[in-house]
Ligand binder design. Structure first.
Ligand SMILES: O=C(O)CCC(=O)C(=O)O
Ligand SMILES: [Fe+2]
Length: 203
């Protein structure tokens, strides 16, 4: 059994090796993200509270800007070396990249407690620009049904911090089980940050 798979199974989170992506490649992806910023669109959900979806995901209030990124981000998301490690970590040989994109955070932007789309067997996140700090999450609810997650939010709020947060490293890929584990982005406290997320689905 691999070390990455051990981490995945016990924590639902797996930090990919720091040297997986060269500094020059990160630089190119970050420069591309900077160039995309003026064309980013608003990503706003003003419905109150958590909204469980029929497919098992849970949407919730959020505010930020987003952009699908350009060819450098696509090259990373679809590269064999990243895919191989995502497959090793999850133990899912059929994993394929399904979508990727940028989230641009400004002061006060946030994403309340939610569960990702059902196609996100594993999500890989990294800070491209700025300090992305930590993501709040509740790994103890990994196996919980949606009603339990909604009740948890009613009790602990939309940004619960009872459990250890998950650091989102700068230019290093942090994998997590965002479909099963409820997670959230607390209100952003820095001037500007760009997060890249890559999503892989087991067919
Ligand atoms: O800002 C983050 O780190 C989390 C973003 C997130 O959960 C999402 O895009 O689904
Ligand atoms: Fe998410």
């Amino acid at each position: 059994m691999s070390e990455l798979n051990d981490q995945w199974r016990s924590n639902g989170a797996v930090l990919l090796p720091e040297d997986l992506v060269a500094a020059a490649e990160w630089e190119e992806i970050a420069a591309e993200a900077q160039a995309c910023a003026p064309d980013a669109f608003d990503r706003v959900n003003e419905r109150e509270g958590l909204q469980p979806q029929r497919n098992g995901s849970i949407t919730s209030p959020q505010r930020c800007r987003a952009h699908p990124g350009g060819p450098a981000l696509k090259a990373l998301a679809t590269s064999a070396r990243v895919l191989d490690l995502a497959r090793e970590a999850t133990g899912e040989a059929s994993l394929v990249p399904v979508r990727w994109g940028l989230k641009l955070y400004e002061p006060g932007d946030f994403m309340a407690l939610h569960r990702d789309d059902v196609r996100c067997t594993i999500t890989l996140s990294t800070g491209l620009i700025g300090d992305l700090g930590v993501m709040g999450w509740v790994p103890s609810l990994r196996a919980a049904d949606s009603t339990t997650v909604v009740e948890y939010a009613e009790q602990h709020g939309l940004h619960p911090d009872e459990e250890e947060p998950l650091p989102i490293p700068y230019r290093q890929l942090q994998g997590f089980d965002g479909w099963a584990i409820p997670h959230h982005r607390p209100p952003f406290e820095h001037d500007f940050g760009v997060l890249a997320t890559l999503c892989y689905c087991a067919l």
